[in-house]
Design a protein around this ligand. Structure first.
Ligand code: NDP
Ligand code: HSE
Length: 433
């Protein structure tokens, strides 16, 4: 098996190392030796440390490498939409098998890759694209194909989980926790994709597509990041026996007419400390899958880093190589259900709302009236004195489940009340609190 490696950065270098260290075992598992035909990079002269590979294998001509007749499998660990999309479509159409860790591309235009794989007859595997080392996509794509998945709830971004876990443990604010994440090498120099939820949204789209046999793209995912989460939010969550996590949620539902649809979203949410996802700390990932027959399943492990991600890449390399030797390909993309994607406003959620209000008779009644007008039922209401000694009060309200649009309209109306000094925090609540 001859392999073209596109990219030799954090993940690619570990792929090279593991291929070298385990070459005999990999050959035995595949049934043929696995050799690197070439490595495409951006800068040939870059210092790559002590990589156990012939320097003559490096090239900047990725397309030329892909097109070589002696290449069977293309491994893409470059990232981004272009030129990765053109390379992989070219490789797949030419009948090569492709292994990629590129969640951004899969969420943006996974359909083009799947179509090209069918056209060329090769495999398209992407286990490393979601939750790094955790075997998750193969279970969704194969093991659970006899079942009906109803919901996937996950922590799929290590950087934001590190930040939120630090805020919970130390009481730090977002900026301070992000600084720590950067210093420890978890957050990238530009952390936007992580902290604004783009990375998790891409992963949510991939998970939803597999779980619900429906093409779901990044644009279908409602996305909110964690930049607005404050130390006060985290303290308030703690006081309720909860913590705040950036969740990716892909849920199936059926309306009164029996029409099924899905809703896919990424946002910070309060979850009770007793929920299995609450104990997922540091930069770890975990994904909770609920299915009709299987019940609840949880997948946990390292979602990022060179070696963990390379582990998933190599697992895919072994799988596609075996298929090629056997002259078969894995099942094509399963998107037959083509379920409609419901907008966020129709998703059923719960809110935790903190308000600074005037402390005088009738305030609670006026506030409760706004919720009632939008048919939102209250679960708990807590009142305490506001800081600053101005005689105001703090109201912390948790609602029952309601359509997200009704909850958002409630908050908008509250903001307009004379007795509401400010709406200090609005967070969704998940996980059976
Ligand atoms: P890096 O930035 O560390 O490495 C990218 C590599 O791609 C480098 O070797 C770079 O070359 C090469 N490259 C960039 N542009 C080009 C180009 N135009 N032509 C040829 N080569 C190019 O990325 P990572 O290893 O961190 O990530 C790779 C992929 O894996 C991404 O899709 C990412 O989302 C995904 N992933 C990463 C994880 C992680 O923990 N890092 C976890 C899960 C998935 P050069 O070395 O010369 O600069
Ligand atoms: N930036 C990502 C994270 C890398 O923090 O989880 C893994 O996809």
């Amino acid at each position: 098996m001859r392999l073209a490696l596109l990219g030799c950065g954090t993940v690619g270098a570990e792929v090279v190392r593991l291929l070298h260290e385990q070459s005999a075992d990999l050959a035995a598992r595949i049934g043929a030796p696995l050799e690197i035909a070439g490595i495409a990079v951006r800068r040939i002269g870059r210092d790559r440390g002590e990589l156990p590979v012939d320097p003559a294998l490096f090239t900047t001509d990725a397309l030329g490498l892909i097109k070589r007749d002696d290449v069977d499998v293309v491994v893409e660990v470059v990232g981004g939409i272009e030129p990765a999309r053109s390379w992989l479509v070219e490789a797949l159409r030419a009948g090569k098998s492709v292994v990629t860790a590129n969640k951004a591309l899969l969420a943006e235009d996974g359909g083009a890759l799947h179509d090209a794989a069918v056209e060329g007859g090769g495999d398209l595997y992407y286990e490393a694209s979601v939750a790094g080392a955790i075997p998750l996509l193969r279970p969704l794509r194969e093991s659970l194909h006899g079942d009906r998945i109803t919901q996937v709830t996950g922590i799929v971004n290590g950087t934001t989980n590190f930040i939120l876990s630090a805020m919970h443990t130390t009481g730090a604010g977002f900026a301070e926790a992000l600084e720590e994440a950067t210093a420890l090498g978890y957050a990238e120099a530009d952390p936007t994709a992580d902290v604004e939820g783009f990375d998790a949204a891409a992963k949510a789209a991939i998970l939803a597509s597999l779980a619900f046999h429906t093409r779901v793209g990044a644009a279908d995912v409602h996305r909110e990041g964690i930049t607005e989460v404050t130390a006060a939010d985290v303290a308030s969550a703690k006081a309720m026996g909860c913590t705040i996590k950036l969740l990716c949620i892909a849920a199936r539902s059926t309306d009164a007419q029996g029409q099924e649809s899905v809703n896919v979203r990424v946002h910070p949410a309060l979850i009770p400390l007793t929920h299995p996802l609450a104990s997922v700390g540091d930069a770890f990932n975990a994904v909770f899958v609920e299915a009709d027959a299987a019940g609840q399943l949880m997948f946990y492990g390292r979602g990022a880093g060179g070696a963990p991600t390379a582990s998933a890449v190599l697992g895919d390399v072994v799988a596609v190589s075996r298929n090629r030797l056997a002259g078969v390909r894995s099942a094509s993309e399963s998107s037959y259900a083509a379920l409609p994607v419901r907008p966020m406003g129709e998703a059923l959620t719960r809110y935790h709302i903190s308000l600074d209000v005037a402390d005088r008779p009738g305030v609670l009644e006026a506030v409760a009236g706004v919720f009632a007008r939008h048919e939102v039922s209250l679960a708990t209401v807590r009142q305490g004195p506001a800081g600053g000694g101005n005689g105001d009060a703090v109201l912390v309200i948790v609602t029952h489940v309601a359509p997200d649009a009704a909850l958002a309209a409630t908050v908008d109306e509250l903001r307009g009340l004379e007795i509401v000094r400010s709406v200090t925090s609005v967070l969704r609540v998940e996980g059976g609190f």
